[in-house]
Ligand binder design. Structure first.
Ligand code: SF4
Length: 229
């Protein structure tokens, strides 16, 4: 894995996204391709036995790290909104309410303040599972821990101003961060909004603005006041 070319991976991802955007590919095509990029990364990671992924201790029921700020790109937000559209009305309503409440509590908080608050992500259910797992953000996928207990402890320590090491799968982290950066770059090169936005704030905004998808794909740049209002 040491010879994996992250720069090339980022360039190729950016090129693919830029081309799709410039060709004015339908939203479905762009969102599907971005999902495919994430799925290919997962398959790639699973197919690397020397990658020691069996050491990762994350799994359903452990949402301890789902109390941090998560950044997403607008196509990731659109994919989440579409996924939510396929859920039962009651679940959709419940998630929408949680998003509203959470965003009011966390908007404007920096990473430390957000963690200190210990408020779970609006997409985490009572069983500790991610309700948008198939379309979860790339940066959620980048996080891993080789020991769930030490991970939980580190989050507690953080509250008391202590720093504890958490052993992560660094290749996995770098791979997803590279894809995130590549997609953002590709969007920017095509003249679309390639900036990162807070997960809760952007999804809440997109849920309330049905015309935002078309506008964003046509090149409109989001304004901070729209998300933070
Ligand atoms: S989107 Fe899913 S994985 Fe990411 S923080 Fe929320 S619950 Fe956790």
């Amino acid at each position: 894995m040491n010879n994996f070319n992250f720069d090339l991976c980022q360039q190729l991802t950016a090129g693919m996204v830029e081309e799709l955007c410039r060709r004015k590919a339908a939203a479905d095509r762009l969102l599907n391709e971005i999902q495919r990029v994430a799925a290919d990364a997962e398959t790639f990671l699973q197919g690397q036995p020397e990658n020691n992924r069996q050491l990762i201790d994350c799994g359903p029921g452990c949402g301890s790290c789902c109390i941090v700020n998560v950044a997403i790109l607008f196509p990731e937000g659109l994919a989440i909104v579409r996924y939510l559209g396929g859920l039962k009305k009651a679940s959709r309503q419940q998630i929408g309410d949680k998003l509203e409440e959470l965003w009011r509590a966390v908007r404007g908080l920096d990473d430390e303040e957000r963690m200190f608050l210990r408020r779970s992500c609006a997409f985490l259910d009572e069983q500790g599972s991610c309700q948008i797992y198939p379309v979860r953000p790339l940066l959620c996928r980048s996080i891993s821990s080789t020991d769930a207990d030490s991970c939980r402890q580190a989050l507690v320590d953080q509250v008391f101003g202590m720093e504890s090491a958490v052993l992560m799968h660094l290749f996995q982290q770098q791979l997803y961060e590279t894809l995130f950066a590549g997609i953002g770059r590709g969007l920017e090169k095509a003249g679309l909004d390639g900036r990162s936005w807070p997960l809760s704030g952007l999804v809440r905004y997109l849920l309330k603005n049905s015309v935002a998808e078309g506008d964003l794909l046509a090149g409109r740049q989001l304004g901070w006041q729209e998300i933070y209002s």
